[in-house]
Every structure is written in structure tokens, then in C-alpha cells.
Design a protein around this ligand. Structure first.
Ligand SMILES: *Cc1c(COP(=O)(O)O)cnc(C)c1O
Length: 375
């Protein structure tokens, strides 16, 4: 059977045939036609969050983490002090890369199943005036929990701190409006909710801030100030661009606009998420998060208690039926994750649930129910 597998993962994810077909041509990196594609993509990315007046966007080669690292290296001066709000794996990654780049780093820890707290941030900023930058992960993809961007931004603005937001798994799906919420940098990538292929990230940077960032970065390849200056001057990428990724993103953005933009994308993902949660609940599975904090991006489920359950076998049997799941990212509890994003709708989610039901039968598991919580 050569039907394409459905990726229920948070990127790379299932892309449309139109997006895949856009990659069948080769482009010269210096060519005016390709530069026009880059310029159009940049402008559309700013439109998505209403940031044309306030921000510029700097694309960067590489996976999303490269852009997180570049944003920190470019925005934070060598003697800056970064506070990372930590409720999961991607927060810990942001703290680690900040520390590795030699910036003073503090971490404000929270439980993984709860959003970070703006009130706790308020106290932390009041207690330590040396903090210059705050790093927030909008949707913590490690669990799927959505963090209070608007409230955190208000606290940062009140204390006059620079806010850097990793909106990798929320950009394009969850509402963000740069005219209403203040941030200095916001990072996302081609291969998540915009439904392009992976290979480039981008950082929206407040125009008034970028000029002062010259010389901050200790890395040449990750210097967004340099990348921006070169791109503004020549229309070209500073080093070899991921040409096929850029044209695929341009095609994906056209489909995004045709679908109805952010509200339509959120509605489809929310429908996917509801279909998934409902179907899995009927099989006995329980999600890790309470519904109020669950983003419709990725769902973490508890592993079934049945002794016959083993993630690798479960994964392989689902894959055989055409659906790729994702391992869990929690250290304490056994879980697995299912993405709700990508060029899929509730039909695919229903088919995925029915594949899971079939797999439970094959593995001799009568319920997806997890072990009861220890008192
Ligand atoms: C996907 C993602 C990243 C980037 O991960 P890469 O593996 O480098 O693409 C960063 N932060 C969040 C929240 C993500 O979901």
C-alpha cells in the first residue's frame, strides 16, 4: 500500500500535495524570482500577527531551535540576564542554550501540567532588578499546555523587561496580535502550524530594538542583525537559503490565506483535538492535562496500565495502519503524544482513533485506561 502515512506529530507534519509539489523546481539563491518569494513570505508572516508597523521578520536556515538560539544571541547583550519561565522540555532547552551561549540565566520553575504564572513572574522581577530579558514558551509542545502570553507580556511591559517568545507550535493557529500584546522577539518555523516543510525558522523582532543589537551575537551564522542587514540591502539570504523550503512555505501560506487564516486554522485544529479526545476517551485513554490548559496543538495521553502495552509495539502497529504517533517527553510518568496539527481534518482523526482501537485488540489490551493515580 503506497498511501502516504499521516504524521500525528508536531512537526515535521502532514503537508498537502500542493505544498509538496511546490518543491519540484530548483531556484537560484541570487535570482530575482526567488528573492521575490522571500520578500512575499516575510510580508505575509508579519501580517499573520499584525506586526507590519512594529516589527521586522528575519528568516533563518535550520530547525526551530536554531532560531531560538539566534534570537537569544542577537537580542541579549553579553552582560544580560535572562529569566526562563519553565514548565516543560522546550523551556529547559531554551534555558540550556542561553546558558551555553554564556548569558547569565535564571529559571523560574513550574509544574509541567500547569501554565506558568504571571504573578510568580511579577514577584521574580520585583525581587531581582538585574533580569533584563524574559523567555516564554507560548505553547509548551512537550505536554501541549498553553501559557498565558498576554498576562506575561503585561508584566514584562510593566517592569520594562524585554520579552522573547518561542511561539513555534502556536504561530498561525493561536491568536497573537502584536498591536495588543508587547514582545521584542517572537520565534516560529516553517514546519509547524503554517504546514510547510521543516528547514527554516524566523524571528519577528521589534524594529526599535534590532538596531541596538549589532555585535551582541558571538555566533556568525546565528547573528540575526547581520542576516537582516544583508537581506534588507540585497534582498538575498546571507548564506545558502533552503530554497525548496521557502517556496514550499510560500505555497503553504497561500493555502493558509485561502482557508481563512488564523481563525480557520484554529477551528480545524480545535475540531481535530475534540475528535481525538472524544474518540480516545471512548477507548479508556486519559489525557495528561485538564481541558482548560490544553492547547489544540498536541495531546499527551497517559500510557495504558495494561501489562501488554509497550510504546514501541504500539507505535509500530499504528504506523502499519498509516498513522505516526509521537513518544512522550515526560520523565516521571509514561505517556505518548498525538499531534492535532498538519494538513489533516477530523476524518483523519477519526481514522486514527479507529486504528488505535484496532491496535489495542491486536496487542490484547482491553482498555487504554492508565493506572489509577496513587493517593
Ligand atoms: C518544535 C519546537 C521548537 C523547535 O524544535 P526543532 O526540533 O529545533 O524544530 C522549539 N520550541 C517549541 C515550543 C517547539 O514546538
Amino acid at each position: 500500500m503506497d498511501r502516504e502515512r499521516i504524521l500525528l506529530t508536531p512537526g515535521p507534519l502532514t503537508t498537502s500535495l500542493r505544498t509538496k509539489l511546490a518543491m519540484l523546481r530548483d531556484w537560484g539563491s541570487w535570482d530575482a524570482d526567488f528573492n521575490a518569494v522571500t520578500a512575499r513570505v516575510r510580508s505575509q508572516l508579519l501580517d499573520i500577527v499584525g506586526a507590519q508597523a512594529s516589527h521586522t521578520v528575519v528568516p533563518l536556515q535550520g530547525s526551530g531551535t536554531f532560531s531560538v538560539e539566534a534570537a537569544v544571541a542577537t537580542l541579549v547583550p553579553r552582560d544580560g540576564h535572562v529569566l526562563v519561565l519553565d514548565n516543560g522540555a522546550y523551556c529547559k532547552r531554551a534555558a540550556r542554550l542561553t546558558r551555553l551561549m554564556g548569558r547569565r540565566t535564571s529559571v523560574l520553575p513550574f509544574a509541567e501540567v500547569e501554565p506558568v504564572s504571571a504573578a510568580a513572574l511579577e514577584s521574580a522581577l520585583a525581587a531581582d532588578a538585574s533580569i533584563s530579558h524574559v523567555v516564554l514558551i507560548h505553547c509548551e509542545t512537550g505536554t501541549g499546555v498553553v501559557n498565558p502570553f498576554v498576562e506575561v507580556a503585561a508584566v514584562c511591559q510593566h517592569h520594562d523587561k524585554s520579552l522573547i517568545v518561542d511561539a513555534m507550535s502556536s504561530f498561525g493557529a493561536l491568536p497573537i496580535d502584536a498591536r495588543e500584546v508587547r514582545f521584542d522577539a517572537l520565534i516560529a518555523a516553517s514546519g509547524k502550524c503554517l504546514e510547510g516543510v521543516p528547514g527554516m525558522g524566523f524571528v519577528l523582532i521589534r524594529k526599535a530594538v534590532l538596531d541596538g543589537c549589532a555585535g551582541h551575537s558571538q555566533s556568525l551564522a546565528l547573528d540575526l542583525h547581520d542576516q537582516h542587514q544583508y537581506m534588507e540591502r540585497t534582498g538575498q539570504w546571507r548564506f545558502t537559503p533552503p530554497t525548496h523550503v521557502v517556496v514550499a512555505l510560500a505555497e503553504a501560506l497561500d493555502q493558509y490565506i485561502e482557508e481563512g487564516g488564523q481563525p480557520a486554522r484554529l477551528a480545524r485544529y480545535a475540531d481535530n483535538c475534540r475528535t481525538l479526545l472524544g474518540g480516545m476517551a471512548a477507548l479508556g485513554f486519559e489525557p495528561l492535562l485538564r481541558p482548560q490548559v490544553q492547547a489544540p496543538i498536541i495531546v499527551t495521553f497517559h500510557a495504558p496500565a495494561a501489562p501488554a502495552y509497550d510504546f514501541k509495539r504500539f507505535y509500530a502497529a499504528c504506523k502499519q495502519r498509516g498513522f505516526m504517533l509521537y513518544p512522550g517527553k515526560l520523565t516521571e510518568i509514561e505517556t505518548f503524544r498525538v499531534g492535532c496539527i498538519g494538513a489533516i481534518g477530523s476524518n483523519e482523526m477519526r481514522q486514527a482513533v479507529s486504528a488505535v482501537a484496532d491496535v489495542l485488540r491486536e496487542l490484547g489490551i482491553d482498555s487504554g485506561a492508565p493506572a489509577p493515580l496513587k493517593p
